[in-house]
Design a protein around this ligand. Structure first.
Ligand SMILES: O=C(O)CCC(=O)C(=O)O
Ligand SMILES: [Fe+2]
Length: 350
């Protein structure tokens, strides 16, 4: 009840936002609507939260600067990632994604927009999750278990570097959760219990030099929304990411020293669409290879995700039925990964 009135202004301003006649706006106003804002994480939390709120109701994407993650660590993570993808094919085949969807996903194995694409995404990737020992009770859950690491002698330091990156971004993810809660006028720790522990997937990606041809259904990554709560994306200097805004595709350029943050489907479901899980894709226009590292920060497997009470009411019924974070991920992985061999329902096999 306490929270009931607080989502009303959110809904009102989101409707006004949608109803504004885009074409009638001055060019500077349009730019403001289109731009992916840069949020300085060194700002006072309340001020940053206001900017997060605008970004979440607008593009659903924002950059973060002064995020506290060591730039040397980011550089080292990229340099290890390039070496990882340069391993001989037979070594990568040994690491093929397992039933927990951890490991290597070969070139074109994933098709993010099956309705439109004529071939798989022109990229390869790896999934590394939060490390879960095989004998831990958590390993009974789908998507949980040990990672598939290459031999240390083949990739010296990779595991340590990724582990450190994992932990630093986990802390950043937790700070972003506070900002999201404050942006919704909720207590800062509102989402934290849903992340004890989080599901995390670190996803290094390597795009080939194949030029995309949307008319022919050829994409670096087909149009999709992200499935979870937050994505913390690092990219190299090669452009390619585009987001769907106001009926057209807009570039989101690489920005030195910044992460690109976007909201996933869980946030859209929790807020009944007030905060956006925005459609995006990757297009190769240059013929250059491209590397990016996505960090998917999700609620725990069993977390129930349903409309927040203050985001729905008689005149605004929930747009999505309740689901669990785990079931939503399983549905999406099964639909988009040709090599997915795990369960498709969230029941735990004992
Ligand atoms: O590589 C990128 O810039 C975006 C990757 C992406 O959207 C994803 O992995 O979900
Ligand atoms: Fe994505």
């Amino acid at each position: 009840m306490l929270l009931h009135g607080l989502c009303k202004p959110l809904l009102r301003s989101s409707e006004q936002y949608a109803k504004k006649n885009y074409k009638a706006l001055r060019i500077d106003e349009r730019r403001k609507m289109e731009a992916v804002p840069v949020i300085n994480m060194a700002l006072a939390e309340g001020d940053a939260a206001k900017l997060v709120r605008d970004a979440c109701m607008g593009p659903g994407f924002f950059y973060v600067e002064n995020h506290g993650v060591d730039s040397q660590l980011i550089n080292e993570t990229f340099s290890q990632t390039k070496k990882l993808f340069s391993l001989p094919l037979e070594e990568k085949k040994r690491l093929l994604a397992d039933k927990n969807n951890r490991g290597w996903t070969p070139y074109q194995e994933e098709t993010l927009d099956p309705a439109v694409q004529k071939q798989g995404d022109t990229k390869e990737g790896f999934y590394f999750g939060r490390e879960v020992p095989a004998d831990s009770p958590e390993a009974l859950k789908p998507l949980h278990g040990p990672n598939q690491w290459p031999e240390e002698s083949l990739m010296p330091g990779l595991r340590d570097t990724y582990q450190q990156y994992f932990e630093e971004l986990r802390a950043l993810g937790m700070r972003l959760l506070r900002l999201l809660a404050l942006a919704l006028d909720l207590p800062p720790l509102y989402f934290h219990p849903y992340f004890e522990p989080p599901m995390i997937m670190l996803r290094p990606l390597h795009y080939s030099g194949v030029i995309s041809d949307p008319g022919e259904g050829i994409f670096g990554a087909g149009a999709h929304t992200d499935y979870g709560m937050l994505t913390i994306l690092a990219t190299d200097e090669v452009p390619g990411l585009q987001i769907r805004q106001n009926g057209k595709w807009t570039h989101v350029s690489p920005r030195n020293g910044a992460f690109i943050i976007n909201l996933g489907d869980m946030v859209e479901r929790w807020t009944n669409g007030s905060f956006k899980s925005t459609l995006h894709r990757v297009i190769n226009t240059t013929g250059s290879e491209r590397y990016s590292i996505a960090y998917f920060f999700e609620p725990c497997f069993d977390a129930v995700v349903e409309c927040l009470p203050q985001c729905c009411g008689g005149d605004n019924p929930p747009r999505y039925p309740p689901t669990t974070a785990g079931q939503h991920l399983l549905d999406k992985y099964a639909a988009t990964h040709a090599g997915y061999t795990g369960p498709t329902t969230a029941t735990i096999v004992m």
